[in-house]
Design a protein around this ligand. Structure first.
Ligand code: SAM
Length: 322
């Protein structure tokens, strides 16, 4: 097992199945242009082989499928079918929910029981302004159908000053009432926001500010979370839970166990580093040749992790998969 001096190792793999997305969220991408040509992306089979090799070489235990938008990818079914045979502790998926209702049978058949659905507002106008694609009612319907067939749902919201901060309490109330766990994600200095500090600072909402607003309406207690969890978790007694991924306010680099694989075959050991390591060429090689080379790249990827705090990164989330 590859472990660094801080005792960190890779346990959780995020796979960006495709960089293509049917949204163009303002904080994720500057515009809706395609960032990666389809022919430069790996096939479903190659990506699944990559996951299998990473399970062996790094000790990956859990995989989260993300993107881009994973549900728009024609590779989804083949990819999920292949990684379902790897004996992973868990396979989960992050989606914007636009195609969720339609893809539910496929997701259930692949053994997925936990979904993160990104939803930044319940106001249809603000939804269109932020996501620049999709339709709010379709997402809400998809979540409700997923819950009805037993899926556990976490809702991801990025609170943004001047855009959806007024939606923090309505969305929390909605999630508590529907049995979804709301996760607030502090805005991260990724992609264009890493270059434009003003745009970042104008929109950023801190953990403190968020909790102050929630505290005006709800009594909450801090709840326990696993050591390598990225989210701080809170309980509203008798009503449910919410979480905050406070990358800026309470950095969690010291316990980070995440590794990322892009749809074009690059490994990223840290969101906050521009280093990446190409494994696409290893995926055609037999196991005995691929694994030693992969181990060397994993040592480098682990070395890319920040010691303490996230400081931003030039990579666009849509490419690396959040
Ligand atoms: N299309 C899927 C979705 O919408 O959930 C998966 C990909 S999306 C890049 C994954 C997550 O990253 C979303 O919850 C999104 O809100 C979040 N995200 C993107 N850019 C971000 C940023 N600059 N700061 C914080 N979260 C960001």
């Amino acid at each position: 097992m590859i472990v660094d001096r801080q005792g960190r190792r890779f346990r959780n793999l995020r796979v960006s199945l495709t960089a293509a997305c049917n949204y163009a969220c303002t904080y994720c991408v500057p515009d809706g242009k395609r960032l990666v040509a389809a022919q430069d992306e790996l096939s479903a089979e190659a990506m699944a082989r990559g996951v299998a090799y990473l399970v062996e070489a790094a000790g990956i235990e859990r995989v989260r499928v993300t993107g881009g938008e994973p549900l728009v990818s024609p590779k989804l079914e083949t990819f999920l079918g292949s990684i379902a045979t790897l004996g992973l502790d868990e396979i989960s998926l992050t989606t914007n929910g636009q195609l969720l209702a339609r893809k539910l049978p496929l997701l259930r058949a692949a053994g997925i029981r936990r979904l993160n659905v990104s939803l930044d507002t319940l106001d249809p106008d603000a939804f269109r302004r932020i996501a620049r694609g999709g339709d709010l009612a379709t997402v809400l319907d998809g979540m409700s159908q997923a819950r009805a067939c037993g899926m556990q749902i976490k809702v991801n919201m990025v609170p943004l000053r001047g855009q959806n901060f007024d939606q923090v309490l309505p969305l929390l109330e909605y999630c508590l009432a529907h049995g979804y766990e709301l996760r607030f994600i502090e805005l991260m200095r990724m992609g264009h926001l890493a270059r434009d500090s003003n745009a970042f600072l104008q929109q950023f909402v801190s953990l403190e500010h968020l909790l102050q607003m929630i505290g005006e309406q709800y009594e909450y207690l801090q709840a326990n979370a696993p050591v390598d969890a990225t989210a701080l978790r809170y309980q509203i007694p008798g009503q449910g839970y919410f979480g905050v991924i406070a990358n800026e306010s309470v950095p969690f680099c010291r316990t980070c166990s995440r590794l990322r694989l892009s749809s074009t075959g690059w490994l990223h050991g840290c969101l906050s580093s521009s280093n990446r390591h190409y494994i696409g060429d290893l995926l055609d090689k037999p196991r005995h040749q691929a694994l030693p080379a992969l181990q060397g790249l994993l040592v480098k990827a682990l070395g890319d992790k920040q010691p303490v705090a996230f400081s931003g990164g030039a990579t666009v989330m849509k490419i690396i998969g959040g």
